[in-house]
Design a protein around this ligand. Structure first.
Ligand code: ADP
Ligand code: MG
Length: 213
């Protein structure tokens, strides 16, 4: 039996129709159960519901043979032992830099003023600002990032945005896009060898289902 680790939340919700299409629908709906390991209608596969940041870790460590994780978490953790991911084009959003409406970001960039950035994605953000030659101090937060500028904790945040509503209601404005983000199908490198046929077939079916075959 092969285990697939799927990020909970948006990625889980967007992945369920795709999994169902491939004959991998969970037997119980995730909302109706407190189980975190779900059998699927295919006896050869089961699903782990993982925290967004943990799905890729399960796969990288071989606790799951494959899985679905956001490209944001893959970029942040840069885990080895994961094969070239397949973009599923689900749960799309973008990684952005935002500041208060009244903070002069352009001037800060131009003059190389030191910036304090609150984010959950410290590694990814550090790479971005280093490329731009900006001096940045990071404050790692795990949630409620949007309030950091208002309370004087940071000048800027690096976070995910979709509609931008949650930025707007918190008086923030998007200044830069760092990357487009979507859910990726990933395979553990050792599992790819050990279960070559099953996983190559599964990857092909995912690719075909999302129109990338
Ligand atoms: P959690 O809050 O437990 O981290 P989420 O439901 O917010 O779970 O899922 C987070 C994942 O969903 C992210 O890693 C990202 O890949 C994806 N995602 C897609 N759109 C958004 C969005 N607008 N905001 C946050 N995450 C998003
Ligand atoms: Mg969230």
């Amino acid at each position: 039996m092969l285990t697939l680790a799927i990020s909970k939340g948006r990625i889980w919700r967007d992945s369920i129709p795709l999994l169902a299409q491939l004959g991998l629908a969970p037997k119980d709906s995730a909302e109706d159960t407190r189980k975190l390991i779900l059998p699927t209608v295919n006896p050869d596969f089961r699903l782990i519901i993982a925290r967004a940041g943990d799905a890729a870790t399960f796969v990288a460590c071989g606790a799951a043979a494959a899985g679905i994780a956001g490209s944001d978490t893959l970029a942040e953790t840069a885990l080895a032992d994961i094969c070239q991911p397949l973009d599923l084009n689900l749960a799309r959003c973008r990684m952005i830099v935002a500041t208060s409406v009244d903070f002069n970001y352009d001037a800060a960039v131009r003059c190389g003023l030191p910036l304090t950035v609150a984010t959950k994605y410290v590694n990814l953000a550090r790479r971005h600002f280093a490329k731009r030659g900006m001096q940045v101090r990071f404050i790692k937060l795990h949630g409620a990032l949007e309030i950091a500028p208002q309370v004087g904790l940071a000048n800027a945040i690096v976070d995910l945005a979709d509609s931008g509503d949650s930025l707007r209601v918190n008086g923030l404005i998007e200044r830069e896009k760092i990357m487009d983000v979507s859910a990726m199908f990933i395979i553990n490198r050792a599992a790819a060898r050990r279960h070559r046929l099953a996983l190559a077939t599964l990857q092909k079916r995912f690719a075909k289902a999302v129109g990338d075959a």
